[in-house]
Design a protein around this ligand. Structure first.
Ligand SMILES: Cc1cc2nc3c(=O)[nH]c(=O)nc-3n(C[C@H](O)[C@H](O)[C@H](O)COP(=O)(O)OP(=O)(O)OC[C@H]3O[C@@H](n4cnc5c(N)ncnc54)[C@H](O)[C@@H]3O)c2cc1C
Length: 595
């Protein structure tokens, strides 16, 4: 969009040349006209991938236009075209409308100044885009923890899927009844018994029961044929594009079906990295790029905590931020490109020594040997305790460190977020795009203590976010899902009983190191000690036999390193973890040279 016809013509030419085979390029000479077209697109079920608007247009500036389109196409990428003189004004307004990038005029040659930036944004949009769908379908109950786990697993692995709630989707009920009909036991169709769960190789007859159309009630769903009782079904049901389906699959079963790698190719590696968060991924990229045979084992999905982040704004080189899933996707591609083998979901459950070799035992009992190891298993979310009823609703309206994919389920609703640090702040800003009202519950009397200044600014600027300081949640209530919260002011003791659709908790984390037992030296809180944090007497007790001190980042076991959040004294930031992951590889080279 540009009011200068000459600029508009060239822009359209450049965009069509590069993207015309994948996207339709529409043009407008004013913000007003562009807005009209946007509304028409919405009404005709069109989808917008990216808006590109010039800042200096009469009546409506580019920033104003991009802001107005946020309600209509919140997921579209937004790019602002600016002149040098506009930079300051643009920077000020950039946060208000979530501009993803700003481009300076002129952009020639487009191969250097235009396409690389737009490619990145369009790739990012593509990965989170849910097209009218022929792919994987997940059918379940919205408030079921098992359904939540399956959706979260697919989302964190960047696998597009369509979610169908059996309570309000006719298609969902049709597919479920179809699955039941095709199981071994035909008598299950009555709905009085569970249908057989061993149906991973079964096929869905997608055309059967097309006329089932009665509305569902919450627990028992009435369909013309057959009768389905949701409480008796093994949900979620995951239906694949090839017509096969799985009921209540484990993450491992899903991973195998969708082609993720769960078994190692070799029995021995130069390096095994445990954990696929930013620090483990960085270690894998550097290690494999430098020729070490590297295996990375991740128990859930690559990205770690960062994968749950909606927009990381303080990572070097991304002025408009990037999502955690996008960071993880890029890092995985980079590591695999250099030859890293990634196993997921696979958990390392035990480590031990065999002379100068190290052995990792996986959850499925497989043992893999290596010269060196990097423990990068980060932290797990701390749970809210002393809150009456919280366990009952975990996964049914109450979520710990939920990924941002959940936000779509809370369009127009009231949600609460607990926490006073950056992760809670980011979640509040992101959820506010979808929810009617977001309330941030903070125990302390200020946000300044733990939250970055830029986030506090964004929160203050966002109309539908309110912050309740000196507040804690003391009770959660509901029938089969979260419905109400009791909030207590810690200063006055006053209580508020409020309706709530969702409660998202981001209150810090504990190291995921219980499984290491005494094999490795840890501090009193479970964080792994490395380098000069290890005292001589502790090393001797631990059986350290070398006539040198541990390297920086080396643990009490020679050749085993710890990086990122799991390490005692770590900074708990993505850049810090990435730095440690890459540094550890240099130290591993030194270690290997001397053994
Ligand atoms: C919502 C949110 C937003 C954030 N935003 C920012 C931000 O904007 N900027 C910033 O700098 N930092 C941010 N952080 C902090 C940042 O994400 C962490 O510091 C960083 O992710 C730590 O990386 P890590 O690799 O050390 O550990 P983690 O990210 O915790 O990753 C550890 C990985 O190890 C896996 N794992 C654990 N145990 C095992 C095992 N036994 N076997 C196999 N795998 C295992 C886990 O599944 C996990 O994937 C944010 C954190 C959160 C939660």
């Amino acid at each position: 969009m540009d009011d200068d016809p000459q600029v508009l013509k060239v822009l359209k030419r450049d965009l069509t040349k590069r993207y015309g085979n994948r996207f339709r390029v529409l043009q407008a000479r004013s913000g007003q006209k562009g807005f009209e077209i946007t509304k028409q697109l919405k009404l005709s079920h069109g989808i917008v991938a990216l808006f590109l608007a010039d800042q200096r247009m009469p009546q409506m500036t580019g920033v104003e236009f991009l802001g107005k389109t946020m309600d209509i196409f919140p997921d579209a990428k937004r790019v602002l075209l600016t002149d040098y003189g506009d930079t300051e004004a643009v920077m000020k307004s950039i946060n208000k409308v979530n501009v993803d990038y700003y481009l300076m005029k002129p952009w020639h040659p487009p191969e250097v100044h235009l396409y690389p930036h737009l490619n990145d944004l369009l790739d990012d949009w593509w990965i989170s885009f849910r097209p009218p769908f022929e792919g994987i379908k997940v059918i379940g109950l919205r408030w079921s923890p098992r359904s939540h786990e399956t959706k979260e697993f697919l989302a964190r692995n960047g696998i597009p899927y369509q979610w169908l709630d059996i309570e309000d989707s006719k298609e969902a009920r049709r597919l479920v009844s179809s699955a039941m009909i095709n199981t071994k036991s035909q008598s299950h169709v009555t709905g009085e018994k569970h249908f057989n769960t061993e149906i991973s190789s079964a096929r869905i007859d997608d055309t059967s029961n097309k006329n089932n159309s009665k509305t569902a009630s919450s627990a028992a769903m009435s369909m013309s044929e057959p009768y389905l009782d949701a409480s008796l079904l093994h949900l979620p049901l995951v239906v694949f594009p090839d017509g096969t389906y799985m009921a209540e699959p484990t993450n491992l079963q899903l991973a195998e079906k969708i082609g993720l790698k769960t078994r190692a190719q070799m029995a021995f590696y130069d390096l095994i990295v445990i954990g696929g968060g930013p620090s483990g991924l960085a270690a894998a990229v550097y290690s494999s790029s430098e020729g070490l045979h590297t295996l990375l084992v991740e128990r859930h999905a690559p990205g770690g905590q960062a994968g749950a982040s909606s927009n990381i704004e303080n990572y070097l080189g991304f002025p408009s931020g990037l999502s955690g899933s996008s960071l993880a996707r890029r890092a995985v591609a980079q590591a695999v490109k250099f030859g890293t083998e990634i196993l997921e979901p696979q958990e390392v459950v035990e480590l031990r020594n065999d002379g100068q070799y190290r052995i990792a035992k996986l959850g499925d009992g497989t043992e893999i040997r290596c010269h060196t190891m990097i423990i990068a298993c980060g932290v797990t979310y701390r749970m809210l305790d002393d809150v009456k009823g919280i366990d009952k609703f975990t996964g049914a309206g109450v979520y710990y460190g939920a990924s941002m994919v959940e936000a779509l389920n809370y369009k127009g609703q009231d949600i609460y977020i607990v926490g006073g640090a950056n992760s809670a702040g980011q979640a509040a800003v992101f959820f506010a795009r979808y929810a009617k009202q977001v309330t941030l519950i903070v125990r302390s009397d200020t946000l300044e203590r733990k939250m970055s200044h830029y986030l506090i600014h964004q929160i203050n600027e966002t109309k539908n976010i309110r912050v309740w300081l000196n507040s804690v949640i003391t009770e959660v209530k509901g029938e089969y899902k979260l419905e109400r919260l009791i909030l207590t002011n810690t200063k006055t003791g006053k209580q508020h009983d409020v309706p709530a659709s969702g409660l998202f908790i981001y209150i810090g984390a504990e190291p995921h190191t219980d499984w290491l037992y005494d094999w490795i030296k840890r501090d009193a809180h479970g964080f792994i000690l490395t380098g000069s944090d290890l005292r001589q007497d502790e090393l001797e007790n631990q059986g350290w036999m070398l006539d040198r001190q541990p390297f920086l980042l080396e643990t009490s076991i020679p050749g085993v390193f710890a990086v990122g959040d799991v390490r005692h004294g770590s900074i708990k930031r993505i850049a810090a973890g990435v730095g440690e992951g890459s540094t550890a590889i240099q130290l591993i080279h030194q270690y290997l040279m001397n053994t």
